[in-house]
Design a binder for this molecule. Structure first.
Ligand code: BGC
Length: 255
């Protein structure tokens, strides 16, 4: 059986599990530790090491971060500590992990998970996964191949950075009702439609766990589905990325 450890680094929690990468199923109960405060690279490294070594298995490790990750270097830090920018992730983390590692953006991990095992499985063409959470994450997967680091949450729309008005957190902060929020999400997705002409949108993030008040209000021309892996997508997708990276290092060289 092929298995890998997946780690999802978020603003409030760091979650990990061992994943069967043939099926995408979790082989262990998901473990979670609070994200250290401040979430400096060294503090986060120690938390990740505690989590992954706690499983007592030797396996490839995939780590998903809320940052642009290019050739193993974190290049942004929108919702994490600014000191991550410029950090070489292999230098920071490789020695602390129980196996060879792959590093990627958290939305990219979610998009890989959904297209490999979830709501986008078997879909041809361009699948655009959008995660609505603290920020807005985006993943472009074309015929199963990830085009990494699509930072579409930072597009400017109606004079503002899209995620600052349209993320799930933005809705909570402003106390917006579901209906006007769904209209904002639809407007944002229509903008993306014009820019990249996707074949399918997958909507994920924590808000996809409770779709009843909003999902039926989403109004775009492109087919839209709810992501199905919800809170585990980052873990599953990063574990998958670790497996792919071991099989074919070139496949993830851009992430
Ligand atoms: C970051 C992305 C990340 C997304 C979801 C955005 O603010 O720029 O890199 O994928 O939040 O965490």
């Amino acid at each position: 059986m092929t298995h890998a450890i997946g780690v999802d680094v978020g603003g409030t929690g760091i979650k990990a599990s061992v994943v069967d990468t043939a099926t995408g199923e979790l082989l262990e109960m998901r473990r979670r530790l609070d994200t250290p405060k401040p979430a400096t690279p060294a503090a986060v490294r120690d938390t990740i090491a505690e989590l992954v070594n706690g499983f007592g298995v030797s396996a490839p490790v995939g780590i998903a971060l809320p940052a642009i990750v290019r050739h193993g270097v974190a290049l942004s830090a929108a919702n994490i500590d600014p000191s991550w920018v410029g950090v070489s992730l292999p230098e920071l983390l490789d020695d602390a992990l129980p196996g060879p590692a792959a590093y990627l953006n958290d939305a990219d991990a979610a998009g890989l998970a959904e297209t490999e095992y979830g709501a986008g499985r078997g879909q041809q063409g361009l699948v655009l996964t959008i995660t609505l959470g603290t920020g807005i994450g985006a993943a472009m997967v074309y015929d199963g191949t990830l085009i990494p680091n699509a930072e579409f949450g930072h597009l400017e729309l109606d004079g503002a950075v899209a995620e600052s008005t349209t993320s799930a957190r933005a809705r909570e902060i402003t106390g917006l009702d579901w209906e006007p929020w769904a209209a904002k999400v639809s407007r944002y997705l229509k903008h993306l439609e014009r820019l990249v002409s996707p074949d399918l949108f997958l909507l994920g993030g924590g808000v996809s766990r409770t779709p009843e008040p909003w999902f039926h209000l989403i109004d775009v021309d492109t087919p839209v589905r709810l992501a199905t892996l919800i809170n585990n997508a980052g873990i599953i997708g990063s574990a998958y990325a670790a497996t792919v990276a071991q099989a074919d290092p070139i496949a993830l060289s851009g992430s």
